[in-house]
Design a protein around this ligand. Structure first.
Ligand code: MRU
Length: 358
């Protein structure tokens, strides 16, 4: 299946070329396809904060390239460059708080710096590490897609109706996608009749990005308002809700795009299976439960305005952009290390002690 998946890769949103990071501006999709170029760590931090690039694995890859840009500038400035580099680590770490992949990638870059040998070319070593982070996410996507398809097949071999939330595809990762990677692979295997895409208010990742990615590949996709999901689960013959994750804690709780928790509650009520797909870089074994996950709160203008045009009454807003789904509402967490069914602390620890499957 791997070769078929690779052949199906179409969209690319992160491109590292000759020491410059090029990003497809996700704020403008699907109406305009504009690429922006970044040559500084501060620029990359800004792109992550302003959501030029978004999605947990994608922002981790960009943070790694951001550190390469930081090293390039600091190293050529000379003396005490490693200390000066701390400002870049800090800036990138502060860009968004919830997806742990970002901190995982920054830690990997820091560890690589610590392991530098005197004879090594600093910039080449750090660039190779960032490229390895990018490549390993791509590989993880392919492994998860295959495992997710096996899991769907285990519960039914006919074409099924699926529902997804937010965007977890090529735009959100270094490759094929996490949840959307499983969905795309399942489609190639003839296991998908239709995909419902939640529009994902307020930023509309589902309407603007997921619908665009799926339609571009000919996958039958139907866009629905987030509030229609329970009704669709009751009437639409949905067999799986499949979502990504921004941080999974040691007990199997999952932080993902706001609205995921209510999907899981509704899935449990309607007997719809609930699958989370994420690479192990999303797993934070340092946090015992989802209660400890920092939840990003974004500007209320995301609720009050659409495309810069005011649509709401002049009132106070609350705009948490992630929520936490408790482990006991989750049927399976699919990672590149394997699948955890009915997750709990013991099973998560066993998963993390395993090696990656590829
Ligand atoms: O705010 P976003 O668009 O960065 O949120 C993205 C999500 O919540 C995704 O579901 C998650 O990062 C998994 S992406 C593979």
């Amino acid at each position: 299946m791997r070769e078929r998946l690779l052949a199906a890769e179409k969209v690319k949103a992160i491109d590292w070329q000759d020491g410059v990071l090029h990003l497809l501006d996700q704020r403008l999709l699907p109406l305009e396809e504009v690429w922006l170029a970044y040559d500084s760590a501060a620029g990359v931090a800004g792109a992550i904060r302003q959501m030029v690039v978004r999605g947990a694995p994608a922002i981790s890859i960009c943070a790694a390239y951001g550190m390469v840009l930081g090293v390039k500038a600091r190293f050529s400035a000379g003396q005490d460059w490693q200390q000066a580099l701390e400002a870049d680590f800090q800036l990138l770490a502060e860009s968004r708080p919830t997806a742990v992949n970002l901190f995982w990638a920054l830690n990997r870059m820091r560890e690589r710096l610590k392991r530098l040998k005197p004879e090594e070319d600093v910039l080449a070593a750090l660039e190779a590490e960032a490229v390895a982070i990018h490549e390993s996410d791509r590989e993880a996507n392919l492994t998860m897609a295959q495992l997710g398809v096996e899991l769907i097949r285990k519960h039914g071999n006919s074409a099924q109706t699926l529902l997804t939330h937010c965007n977890t595809g090529a735009l959100a990762t270094g490759g094929f996608g996490t949840a959307l990677g499983v969905i795309r692979a399942a489609y190639l295997e003839g296991l998908v009749d239709r995909v419902y895409a939640d529009e994902t208010r307020p930023w509309l990742q589902g309407a603007r990005l997921t619908a665009w990615e799926l339609a571009g590949e000919g996958v039958p996709v139907t866009l629905n308002a987030d509030a229609a999901a329970a009704h669709l689960m009751k009437t639409g013959n949905i067999s799986w809700v499949i979502v990504g994750a921004d941080r999974i804690t040691a007990n199997g709780d999952v932080a993902n795009k706001i609205g995921t928790y209510q999907l899981a509650v509704n899935a449990m009520h309607h007997g719809v299976r609930f699958m989370v797909v994420a690479p192990s870089s999303t797993i934070d074994m340092a946090l015992t439960s989802g209660e400890d996950i920092p939840i990003e709160e974004r500007d209320g203008r995301e609720l009050l305005e659409i495309g810069g045009k005011r649509i709401a009454a002049e009132v106070e807003t609350v705009n948490p952009v992630f929520d936490v789904t408790p482990a006991d509402l989750i049927d399976a967490i699919v990672t590149e290390r394997g699948i955890v069914e009915r997750p709990n602390a013991e099973k998560m620890a066993a998963l993390m002690s395993r090696k990656r499957l590829h």
